[in-house]
Design a protein. Structure first.
Length: 768
């Protein structure tokens, strides 16, 4: 008799065999139906007939059930379970499965790309209706076999795997169907409640059916409706995990409705050490697409299609958009001296890498590039300390003009750079010049209606934008949120007419794009020259008051460089004209060059950043932040440890069960003896085979209501019969031993949480 059947039918349990057969059929139908509905939903309109697919899967499950009954007399009859496989192969002509499978995957990838504006590549080739049917019928057969196997073997683990598999596929393919998930959950719940030592009784069946009915009713009500609360919950969970890993981000991250957060904090965010005296923009976020009042990185779809592999090809050519301006300087032959910037993250988010647009490389830190826009730390908890080398002068970016060698290269290195730059420039003009269509009429009216400049370029266009903003709006930290039905940029330019750097930068990017100049939104921290000049060793503390937003413009041949239109962060026209005739010299900081006398310096804008404050409240906040950070790390580590323990427990139990099937009766008895006395010891009772059995029997009966008086003594006699007498137990005696061991787990006994943990993980030791 099979072990699964031994567990299912036990003496003394009121189990109806007809009820058992019907219940097992219902569980198989639940798992089968949930899987098929999930698969059909992912077809996105191309699905074959659900009735035909369901009938095929049901036939497959019935063949498995028939094979089980026939195998009791003829072992070879187990092969009957596989009969539907060759039948489907013959009906479909032995072809179409791979092509149909690719078509099914393509529907999921296509839906993902549509919803998330992704750029995932689709499989090549087209599938006919015959191919779709072939794959669907073969998949239905496999689903039917898996459902039958999970139920017939009472494998709640396999049922859980089936449920999780379809859930993950549904979420990825944007085809989430509540009813399918509920059917799978109901099947798994029923299998769990009536498997192992649990008898299949009317009461257990009634509970399972009642819970399943409630879940199904909820699922039917939700199937045709949108669930914004689920989306909010998912976003909240994602944000909570992000905060635990990297710390809370105090920057708006492109959300214009959160513009007031820009200078809300006075805590130290970054400690920055630089070797040169100049202002530095340390960007941590860039936004290439504006949607619903929020700047976001360019969607993956932009990098798909004809742009697939473009960034990889640029890398093979030695061209990197992140280091482009530094490479340009090197090839020009008159590059400024390299500057080293050391960054130590204090209270800023550790997810982003704060680096200047003129960076050459990042050292002493493990970072990764996200497309051509963002730098991220690779560590589990982000990145705290890193060093960036950069190459730039002191002149504002708007005065930059590409040298003639970009269009007429003189060396092989210059020719390779120019070729790669022309490819990337074409992509930039396609991806970063689209202004918001709803804002475009207003932008043209305000900024470009009467604009006519013969020397049109970045400098001239930016000057125009600054003039319009100066006349149209004023700077204010408390910008005020726009009404729900109003665009924040339009509200800033025409209604409230006040805002901070977030709105100034956003309006600048949109105005530049409306004029055909590629631009993107940037956020991070601004290091003014005044802070490095006043530092004794070139180290400056950047607080929340130094948080800033600006625009980045793509200068043909040079790369992305920061430009600013926020009052207090840029030079007036007279100062800019004077800079053109002055040499672009950079002073060393005091820590590098102690002799600072006689230096000709150009006064740069100092920005609006405030100084670091040292107040008791700030100290308390810092201590609290550290405490919450440590607590978050502990929670993450505890969760990882718990997951590792659960995975280890599942694996060891599965391995022990697999080994048990190959054991002899004597070996199984010895294994049961080991587990039995381990569990008895956990209940605080000293016991050994044949030692004070009467006292142990009484102690167990008093501790565990499920253990009847005299039962331990009978089991002890069975163990002695095999271990000392060498006599194999009869099947009914082995079942009695197994049932007694199951009762020692105390599933219906009230226990402390410590006892629950001991019992749950005791199997790890016993299963080794």
């Amino acid at each position: 008799m099979k072990q699964a059947e031994i567990r299912r039918y036990r003496p003394g349990e009121r189990t109806n065999p007809y009820l058992t057969a019907g219940w097992m059929a219902l569980l198989a139908a639940l798992l089968l139906s949930g899987s098929l509905l999930a698969m059909q939903r992912l077809w996105n309109g191309r699905a074959p007939s659900l009735a035909a697919v369901f009938a095929t899967a049901a036939l497959s499950a019935l063949c498995g059930t028939a094979a089980d009954f026939a195998a009791k007399r003829i072992p070879a009859a187990q092969l009957l379970a596989l009969a539907p496989v060759p039948a489907v192969l013959i009906v479909t002509g032995f072809r179409g499965y791979i092509v149909g499978g690719r078509a099914w995957l393509n529907t999921m990838l296509d839906r993902w790309n549509t919803v998330h504006e992704g750029g995932l590549a689709l499989f090549s080739g087209t599938a006919s209706e015959r191919d779709v049917w072939a794959f669907a019928l073969l998949a239905a057969v496999l689903i039917g076999l898996l459902s039958w196997y999970a139920v017939s073997r009472q494998s709640s683990r396999l049922a859980a795997f089936i449920s999780v598999f379809w859930l993950l596929l549904s979420l990825f393919g944007e085809g989430f169907y509540p009813l399918a998930l509920v059917l799978l959950t109901a099947g798994q719940l029923g299998l769990h409640m009536t498997s192992g030592s649990r008898a299949i009784t009317r009461r257990a069946v009634a509970w399972c059916l009642g819970i399943s009915a409630v879940l199904c009713a909820c699922a039917v009500g939700l199937s045709g409706t949108e669930m914004p609360s689920v989306d909010r919950l998912r976003q909240n969970i994602k944000q909570t995990v992000h905060d635990l890993r990297y710390g809370r981000d105090t920057l708006p991250q492109g959300e214009l409705s959160q513009a007031n957060l820009l200078h809300e904090s006075s805590e130290t965010m970054l400690n920055v050490h630089t070797e040169q005296e100049k202002s530095v923009y340390l960007r941590g976020f860039t936004g290439g697409k504006y949607e619903n009042g929020t700047w976001k990185p360019l969607p993956d779809a932009v990098y798909g299609g004809e742009n697939i592999g473009m960034l990889d090809w640029l890398q093979t050519q030695g061209f990197d958009p992140f280091t482009q301006s530094a490479a340009y300087y090197r090839l020009t032959g008159d590059a400024p001296e390299t500057n080293t910037v050391e960054v130590s993250v204090k209270n800023a988010s550790r997810d982003a890498v704060y680096a200047p647009a003129s960076m050459e490389k990042v050292t002493d830190g493990d970072v990764r590039e996200r497309r051509d826009a963002l730098l991220k730390g690779r560590g589990l908890l982000g990145i705290r300390n890193y060093t960036v080398t950069e190459v730039s002068g002191t002149r504002p970016s708007e005065l930059m003009v590409a040298e003639s060698w970009v269009s007429s290269p003189q060396t092989e290195e210059q020719a390779a750079y120019a070729e790669a730059e022309s490819v990337y420039r074409s992509f930039v003009y396609d991806a970063y010049t689209a202004a918001d269509e709803d804002l475009l009429p207003m932008l043209n009216r305000l900024f470009w209606q009467d604009y006519d400049d013969e020397n049109d370029g970045v400098y001239s266009a930016l000057s125009r934008i600054r003039e319009v903003l100066k006349a149209q709006v004023r700077y204010s930290e408390a910008a005020g949120a726009a009404p729900n039905n109003a665009d924040p940029i339009a509200y800033f330019l025409t209604d409230s007419r006040k805002g901070n750097a977030v709105l100034y930068a956003s309006a600048t990017v949109q105005a530049l794009r409306a004029h055909g100049i590629p631009a993107r939104y940037a956020e991070g921290y601004y290091l003014p020259i005044a802070k490095t000049q006043s530092s004794a060793d070139g180290t400056a503390a950047l607080t929340g008051q130094d948080a800033h937003a600006w625009a980045e413009v793509y200068f043909d041949g040079i790369g992305w460089l920061p430009v600013d239109a926020t009052p207090g962060y840029y030079f007036d026209a007279v100062a800019l004209q004077q800079m053109v005739s002055l040499p672009d010299t950079v002073r060393k900081t005091a820590a590098i060059d102690e002799d600072r006398s006689g230096a000709d310096q150009v006064v740069e804008p100092s920005g609006i950043g405030g100084s670091e404050q040292s107040k008791p409240l700030t100290v308390v906040k810092n201590v609290a932040a550290v405490g919450f950070g440590i607590a978050g790390i502990i929670i993450v580590l505890f969760t990882l440890l718990l997951c590792a323990m659960e995975l280890t427990r599942v694996f060891l139990l599965w391995n022990a069960e697999r080994r048990r099937r190959r054991m002899s009766i004597e070996e199984r008895v010895r294994q049961s003896q080991k587990l039995m006395f381990k569990l008895i010891s956990l209940w605080g009772i000293d016991a050994a085979l044949g030692w004070e059995t009467a006292a142990t029997d009484k102690a167990l009966a008093d501790t565990l209501p499920s253990v009847k008086p005299g039962e331990y003594e009978r089991v002890n006699g069975l163990l002695e019969k095999t271990i000392y007498g060498g006599i194999a137990l009869e099947p009914f005696e082995e079942r009695a031993l197994d049932l007694f061991v199951q009762r020692l787990w105390g599933r219906n006994v009230k226990k402390s949480w410590k006892m629950r943990l001991k019992l749950r993980y005791a199997c790890l030791l016993a299963a080794k």
